[in-house]
Design a binder for this molecule. Structure first.
Ligand SMILES: [Zn+2]
Length: 436
């Protein structure tokens, strides 16, 4: 027998059963089938024999040595015994226990360190406030759109990045991550599930999609639906911030359509190609509508599909033509009076809550031409700012005119340069130089 037994019982019948269970011939084949060992007392099912035998004796496989300490390896049943000598695949019981204890100690140390670092983060999060009345325009729009998909948790609780999937037709997470980066949304580690934060090479890391986020309270009105109501009264005055957000959104809307179309034809766009297309589309959206660009996307994907079937072509080669084809079509459109066709939004392709916010507040959507959107946002610029900019323009014009028409343009320029060197702003330097 290649198994050494250590009996736990004095009962001769019980010892005999254990011996019969483990008895083998010289080749290691068991002498009796387990089925032949029943009935034994009240046991009639052979499946219960192994468990019974374990109560009568400990079995050590002499054909195995512990992979860590080289010591004996205890086995539980016939299936675990080896026929030829080998190192065990798992450590012996005492080694395993020691290993587990060390692991638990290490985990406890790490957990303590994580808790220490999170305490600092939580303290900072708890103290943070925002002024809801002076948030940038783009941030207000995004918060309103997030509220539409996670309410009422924006007012009271926490939410995750994945909860905001319906914010935009594509890459909704990018918008949320940007708000986190700019600290308009903060993490609440206390609300995140265990394992969200971990240490790696001494640094605190997190699983982004397990983070629980929240909107810090308003500095005077705190959190809640009442405070969020301040955002409904927000006056939009920053055309650049609004138009940039519109472009981010509209690019996602166009790209989503393109990727869906590519999917239909099994076109696989490389990251580099997508990056190139993104730039082209972003530029195109300054003039055209999302729906017009959809028609362009539809055409290039269809053309690539028929190109792929041609002789000397294959699918990757055909797909690689897409970025330049889009650019080419937009150039032609620019030269020949625009894009004639525009497509409707496919049913499964949602506008997303950000699209709804743009539509509700500014009445713009996939059919709005980029040029119209710019114009519309520009009208939001406060009159005073427009006037100042206008005044500065005319002041600069007048100064340059009088300098170049005057008797000594050089001295006029030098005078202006002196004022700048003295630390004046362009505007003040202009006023002073002009005054003289
Ligand atoms: Zn061992």
């Amino acid at each position: 027998m290649a198994v050494r037994l250590e009996f736990l019982t004095q009962d001769s019948e019980e010892r005999a059963l254990a011996m019969r269970y483990w008895a083998t011939d010289e080749e290691g084949a068991y002498l009796e089938r387990v089925a032949d060992l029943v009935p034994f007392r009240e046991i009639v099912q052979s499946g219960q024999i192994a468990k019974q035998v374990r109560e009568y004796c400990l079995a050590f496989d002499e054909n195995q040595s512990c992979c860590l300490c080289g010591g004996e390896v205890r086995i539980n049943g016939r299936a675990e015994a080896k026929k030829v000598f080998q190192r065990s695949s798992t450590p012996c019981a005492p080694c395993a226990e020691l290993q587990n204890r060390k692991r638990a100690e290490q985990a406890a140390l790490e957990q303590a360190e994580i808790s220490k670092r999170l305490a600092y983060k939580m303290e900072r999060s708890a103290a943070a406030t925002l002024d809801y009345t002076s948030l940038p325009d783009n941030v207000v729009l995004l918060i309103l759109a997030i509220n539409a998909v996670v309410a009422p948790r924006l007012a009271h609780g926490t939410f995750g990045i994945a909860d905001c999937d319906d914010l935009a037709p594509l890459n909704a997470d990018k918008f949320v991550k940007q708000l986190c980066k700019d600290e308009y949304l903060l993490e609440d580690p206390g609300a995140a599930k265990a394992g969200t934060y971990f240490l790696q090479n001494g640094e605190l890391w997190h699983k982004t999609y397990q983070l629980e986020l929240f909107l810090p309270p308003d500095k005077t009105h705190g959190r809640g639906i009442g405070a969020l109501g301040l955002l409904d009264e927000h006056r939009f005055t920053d055309p650049d911030s609004l138009f940039n957000l519109w472009l981010d959104y509209a690019v996602a809307d166009v790209l989503r359509y393109l990727l869906d179309q590519c999917n239909i034809y099994s076109h696989d766009l490389e990251d580099e190609a997508i990056e190139k297309i993104t730039s082209t589309v972003r530029h195109g959206l300054q003039t055209y509508s999302v729906a017009q660009l959809w028609s362009v996307m539809w055409k290039v994907v269809k053309d690539a599909a028929s190109l792929a079937n041609r002789e000397y072509y294959n699918r990757p080669k055909a797909v690689a033509t897409i970025p330049n084809k889009i650019r080419k079509l937009l150039e032609v459109a620019d030269q020949q009076g625009g894009i004639q066709r525009s497509w409707d939004r496919p049913e499964h392709h949602l506008a997303g809550s950000l699209g709804m916010v743009f539509s509700n507040l500014f009445d713009i959507d996939e059919y709005s031409q980029g040029s119209h959107v710019i114009e519309l946002f520009n009208r939001l610029r406060p009159p005073a700012q427009v006037e100042t900019e206008h005044n500065l323009q005319s002041l600069a014009e007048a100064f340059m005119r009088s300098a170049s028409n005057g008797p000594d343009p050089w001295s006029a320029m030098e005078h202006f340069a002196d004022k700048i060197r003295a630390g004046l702003t362009t505007e003040d330097a202009l006023m002073e130089a002009f005054g003289q």
